[in-house]
Design a protein around this ligand. Structure first.
Ligand code: FDA
Length: 392
């Protein structure tokens, strides 16, 4: 709808997944809604997600697959707007989809279909979109929020912060949500890059020389463990298993990699009995270059037949928990999401409304709720957006 009056029931800052879902929900409930975004196009992260096919949800969504200072916070919204609800919307719009792996649902065609669907739903709700509008000022007086954007000022009794986190600044991501939240009295849990490749120190050069090699592993950090592929890069470690574990990793912590998770206990001793003349490298059922580097690091030269069973068991244990101590990550420039954000203790888990300031809401990635890789973050965007949209 064209932008005309400056008085609305709700102003939503951010036309990403969460903001659009919130706007459509509130608009279809009869609310006059304005969405403002500094980007000239809505849903830019949706467009590039899932390799252009948008991994829009996951059939395995459960609260324990989200990180937050309050692990219970996401339960209510995720329980009331589920992966099945979003899937039903996708199907109503005739968008073909498929399950790829581990419950991850993707469009058959293009992520553009998801943005078009959300914009269509906003249109049904008579939502006004103001794109390409940097927000100059946000104030609150007499129970109303005033937002100056471009040469206009819009006013509403409700303001929704949906400007996401600072991951991938070149896509227009900013820390604006945190600044605004702090100004209105909400706390912010320290934001960190998450779902991000990790970097290795120079003395792990042998591993960075494996750039491009990948293998199915189990990556562990503290109590978290992910069985997926790991990929060596020229700077360190990547691939789904590493992206997942990066959300749990903190500076100084060790990540343990099980390079041979499918092997039964005692497999290397059994390999010695079957092929005593084989070298350790030849006995490792791994990509050639990886087997070579691991064997070189272990330093067991000669035939495995010459090694004692005890030594082979020790090597097996070493391969099942190879320690890596990353010296950092690729940072917000490469992070798919942000861990941390607007503290949930100041928000209602049912409506996403700020407890102390009537009319203020925060949704999506801006909030301290971060999902696993695989459609979990969009499901949080949809669910939290829907929850706020029901309350506006
Ligand atoms: P989002 O960041 O999408 O939207 C925020 C909006 O606010 C943006 O439109 C931005 O322009 C606007 N904005 C920011 N600052 C502003 C300001 N100062 N003034 C005005 N507007 C401002 N997740 C998933 O579940 N499946 C997937 O396949 C992927 N794939 C993926 C790939 C890549 C490369 C990235 C970077 C991320 C993903 N994700 C993902 C994560 C997912 O994209 C992310 O969790 C959601 O987009 C978050 O939605 P939000 O609406 O909260 O923020």
């Amino acid at each position: 709808m064209p932008e005309s009056p400056s008085l609305y029931d709700a102003i939503i800052l951010g036309a990403g997944g969460a903001g659009l879902m919130c706007a459509a929900t509130a608009g279809q409930r009869g609310r006059r809604v304005l969405v403002i975004d500094h980007a000239d196009e809505a849903g830019k992260k949706i467009l590039i997600s899932g390799g252009g096919r948008c991994n829009f949800t996951n059939l395995g969504v459960a609260p324990d697959r989200y990180l937050s200072a309050n692990p219970h916070f996401a339960k209510s919204a995720l329980g009331r707007y589920t992966a099945r609800d979003f899937l039903a919307l996708v199907e109503r719009h005739g968008i073909a989809w498929h399950e790829k792996t581990l419950g991850q649902l993707f469009c058959d065609g293009s992520a553009r279909q998801i943005v078009a669907m959300l914009l269509g739903e906003c249109e049904l709700g008579g939502v006004t979109l103001a794109l390409g509008r940097p927000v100059a000022e946000v104030t609150h007086a007499d129970g109303r929020f005033h937002v100056s954007h471009g040469d206009r000022t819009a006013t509403a009794p409700a303001l929704v912060i949906a400007t996401g986190g600072p991951s991938i600044p070149k896509l227009g991501a900013t820390g604006f949500a945190y600044d605004l939240a702090r100004r209105f009295g909400l706390k912010v849990v320290e934001p960190r890059p998450a779902l991000v490749p990790l970097t290795l120190p120079r003395d792990d050069a042998l591993f960075t020389s494996l750039s491009g090699v990948s293998a199915p592993v189990v990556a562990r950090c503290g109590k978290a463990a992910f069985a997926e592929a790991a990929l060596f890069t020229h700077r360190g470690l990547s691939g789904p298993a590493i992206l997942q574990i990066s959300s749990y990793w903190r500076h100084g912590q060790t990540i343990a990699i099980d390079f041979l998770p499918a092997q039964a206990r005692g497999w290397l001793v059994a390999a010695k009995r079957a092929r005593p003349r084989a070298s350790l490298k030849a006995a490792l059922p791994l990509p050639d270059r990886l087997a070579e580097v691991l064997a070189e690091r272990i330093g067991a030269a000669g035939d495995i037949g010459a090694l004692t069973d005890a030594r082979l068991s020790a090597i097996e244990a070493q391969l099942a928990g190879w320690p890596f101590q990353p010296n950092g990550s690729e940072g917000f420039a490469k992070a798919e999401v942000t861990v941390g954000g607007i503290a949930t203790d100041g928000l209602s888990s049912k409506t996403m409304a700020a407890r102390h300031l009537p009319g203020l809401y925060a949704i999506g990635e801006a909030v301290d709720v971060t999902g696993w890789l695989g459609g979990y973050n969009f499901q949080w965007a949809w669910a939290s957006g829907w929850a706020a949209g029901q309350a506006l």
